[in-house]
Write a protein that binds this ligand. Sequence first.
Ligand code: UDP
Length: 481
Amino acid sequence: MEDVVVMFPSLGIGHLISMVELGELIITQDPSLSITILLTPEHYEATATADYMKTVTKTTPSITFHHLPPLDHPPDSSIPFYDLVFQLVKQYRPILKDTLKSISNKSTIKAAILDFMSNDAFEICTGLGIPTYYLFTGSAFGAGIMLYLQMMLKNLPGSLKDLEVCLEAPGTPPIHSRDMPITLQDRNSYSYENLISTSNNMGKSFGIIVNTFAALEPRVMKALADGEYVPDGPTPPTYYVGPLIKSNKTSSDGDNNKCLEWLSLQPSKSVVVLIFGSLGKLKRDQLMEMAKGLEKSGQRFLWVVRNPPPENGPGDAFELKDPSLDDLLPEGFLERTKDKGLVVKNWAPQGEILRHDSVGGFVCHCGWNSVLEAMHAGVPLVAWPLYAEQKMNRVHLVEGIKVALRLKMTEDGFVTAEELAERLKELMEEESGRKIRDHVSKMSECAKAAVVDGGSSRVSVAEFVDSLKSLRPLEQHVFQG
Ligand code: UDP
């Protein structure tokens, strides 16, 4: 029977890409394995995801996408986004169980790799005797905090959202309660309950695969290796295999070409890129203010603009209707900046853009895939966190690993035109910006060295694949009898 590794990513293209790239590395390391990636039909950005999957299917036949059927009663899409993500996996548990059983009739499931947001599948997999690993699509810093969560939160007198405290974790700067992930702010919320369970299960898993590379986060990795994050038990093996980023899968449609052609006309390292992840949507007044800031800064820019989020309720997080730029941006802005700036609607090929020689800075929402793409390309950051765990990432990026400048913002996240203009000038023209740029250039060399043969991340993938070989037969065959 064929040996299969089953993977279960979470929603969103960032989670999908790192899982697929990991799958490719595993089968490169051991071509006798094949990979089955289970996908729910819900909530992927349609075009970018479909393009990406089409290319993977063409180039890597040992990776199969297994589309799970739609739920009869999907969760109510008006609940908070992260509750929805967790709820979805929970509701998929019976289907998942049947699917795994049916895969195991034809193949030997060597292991399951779950996204940390797909934690509700953990008990299904382990109950079926499948050695289960986690892919942590964030940083080693995030993985450490996830393992340490209960230590960090114990003895707090209430929910983080109601407190003004600084939290400590091994190897990290202090983190203010309001910078902790949105999903942990309310200790009575569904997402909080899920993350505590994820923390427990990660500690019991066969191993944690982290999308990072050795040179980027040495302090946190040392604390993890020293067992500081799991004080009363063994820390599961950790594998640092990144950067897992979309490498050569360029789709050459009109918009992609437009960005790259425009960049080719700009001087080396002169352009600031402003892109806010797969979900980032800025309010109308912020878009106006941002445009003013860009003009004021005098910098060249490539800016992806989306419609503001709906005013009542969350709406469909992945929906991308074409924005009307004339309505959203100040009068005459596009005309006045046409020699210095390019505004793109909704989506741009971020990976290729960051790798372009004309790019010199990136205003980034601190999503980890974006951070890694920037580190790999050697592009320094201005941190503008928006959602999820991004404020916590900012602490790590600005104070911990020093690859980003901090942008001042009001409590509800508003950034003034003056502040944006000043930070952009600082990044592109001043000594403090140069220091960050130099450090990020070194990180870029390290990121590239980590992923060639013999590099730290490739060695780590080999160790992970070896760990599969040494699993005891009992654990692999429980449900074949
Ligand atoms: N992305 C892109 N073009 C866009 C916006 C996002 O290619 O216009 C890609 C980006 O390169 C990254 C992913 O979408 O690979 C976003 O992942 P990240 O972890 O940075 O943020 P998330 O969307 O999960 O918040």
